[in-house]
Design a protein around this ligand. Structure first.
Ligand code: NAD
Ligand code: MG
Length: 396
């Protein structure tokens, strides 16, 4: 058969956990993929190493001083790679006409504009950066349709649900006989802990996830269950679901990555080892399948699968996220902005673990919800949420 045309890929957030897994999959298929651009915020050493291995045409760093350093290193190494700096350049490499696929793997709100630029340029967008969609849901999904982008979810739960839904699932779940989405959660490192004990949790404890190795921000989100809350919002936008149609199921083994329940009683699940290279390979190759370097699932070794309900009294972030989605408009952007400040403060030991949810709750109470259908309103809500969160932190 004919070999597939080689696709040109930009990896936003290339030095992170998702970025490095993406490059691992790409390197297994040099006939299919070539790297156009790699971006990193401050990790210039890691980006230099990636330049040596993957030979991108362009790289982008956050700061011009790091760019100067990298240009010098690359010239010494005899590598002709263009080095740029700043957000404008992120937007350029995400929307460049020569690019087919954009992996959106920057963490947090910083990824919104570059990811949206890829969508508006009609790219195949592999979405790991859930915060971008949480903040701008309606606008983002509207842009996908308007600009003919192909949006493939990389978050393992959403990738699983995508695989369990009919190929054309837009226009409301019930139209396709889907009654519920079952979003699985590992429960994080503190599953079963009472609230009192959670107050003493340290950043190192929160970042040691039992099943997945991830960046620090998402690791803390997994521990507070805010990650599952963000994922609930993400699922509503991706699959046109109402919050009540998404049930969170704690499943400590992280083998079932999520499920879709149908009106005839069928429940379809996607299973696999907890390795992000599976959803990444799915997104890269869809609708085909390619080798991802992931070991085959050994069910005899796993032996059992357990399920329980989430403890929303001990982990209030899940409830806060659901309520923000129900409130609509800019509420999810406020939730996300406050959470980013709170997680950063926790990682810098300026707020306790339980203080994260308290702070997010306070910010949501303090700020009015507005219509969230234009970028200005969304960015404004994000900025105000961060400001109020910082003020409250000062007072604590
Ligand atoms: P990470 O912290 O490991 O990597 C983040 C990447 O973004 C790095 O390359 C970093 O240089 C870059 N970056 C950070 N701040 C930036 C800024 N202000 N501007 C530009 N670039 C910036 O994070 P990660 O774990 O790879 O997660 C990336 C995204 O994928 C997050 O949105 C996360 O929620 C999502 N995600 C991650 C996983 C996982 O297993 N790690 C799973 C599902 C979803
Ligand atoms: Mg996930």
């Amino acid at each position: 058969s004919e070999p597939p045309r080689q696709q040109s890929v930009t990896v936003l957030g290339a030095t992170g956990s998702i970025g490095t897994s993406t490059l691992d999959v790409i390197a297994r298929h040099p006939e299919r993929y070539r790297v156009h651009a790699l971006t990193a915020h401050r990790s210039r050493e890691a980006l230099l190493a990636q330049c040596r291995q993957h030979h991108p045409a362009v790289v982008v760093l956050g700061d011009e001083r790091d760019a100067v350093w990298l240009r010098e290193q690359l010239s010494q190494a005899g590598l002709a790679i263009e080095v740029r700096a700043g957000e404008e350049s992120l937007i350029e490499v995400a929307s460049d006409t020569g690019v087919d696929v954009v992996m959106a793997a920057i963490v947090g709100a910083a990824g919104l504009l570059p990811t949206l630029a890829a969508v508006r340029a009609g790219k195949r967008v592999l979405l790991a950066n859930k915060e971008a969609l949480v903040m701008s849901g309606a606008l983002f999904m509207d842009a996908v349709v308007r600009h003919g982008a192909t949006l493939l979810p990389i978050d393992s739960e959403h990738n699983a649900i995508y695989q369990c839904l009919p190929p054309e699932h837009r226009g409301g779940l019930s139209r396709h006989g889907v009654t519920q989405l079952l979003l699985t959660a590992s429960g994080g490192p503190f599953r079963g802990w009472p609230r009192e004990r959670l107050a003493t949790v340290t950043p190192a404890q929160a970042c040691a996830h039992p099943n997945w190795s991830m960046g620090r921000k998402i690791s803390v989100d997994s521990a507070t269950l805010m990650n599952k809350g963000l994922e609930l919002i993400e699922a509503c936008w991706l699959f046109d679901a109402r919050p009540e149609q998404v049930q969170v199921v704690v499943h400590p083994q992280s083998v079932i990555h999520s499920m879709a329940a149908y009106s005839d009683g069928s429940v379809l699940a996607q299973l696999g080892n907890p390795d992000m290279r599976t959803p990444i390979a799915y997104g890269l190759a869809w609708p085909e399948r390619i080798e991802a370097g992931v070991e085959a699932l050994d069910l005899f070794q796993i032996a059992r699968l357990d399920f329980e309900a989430p403890d929303e009294a001990a982990f209030p972030c899940l409830r806060l996220a659901r309520e923000a989605m129900q409130a609509g408009g800019t509420a999810p952007a406020i939730l996300n902005g406050a959470n980013e400040v709170a997680v950063d403060a926790f990682l810098n030991e300026r707020v306790s673990f339980t203080g994260i949810g308290e702070l997010v709750g306070e910010v949501l109470e303090a700020l009015p919800v507005e219509a969230g259908d234009d970028l200005e309103a969304i960015l404004g809500a994000d900025a105000r949420a961060r400001q109020v969160a910082c003020e409250r932190l000062e007072k604590r």
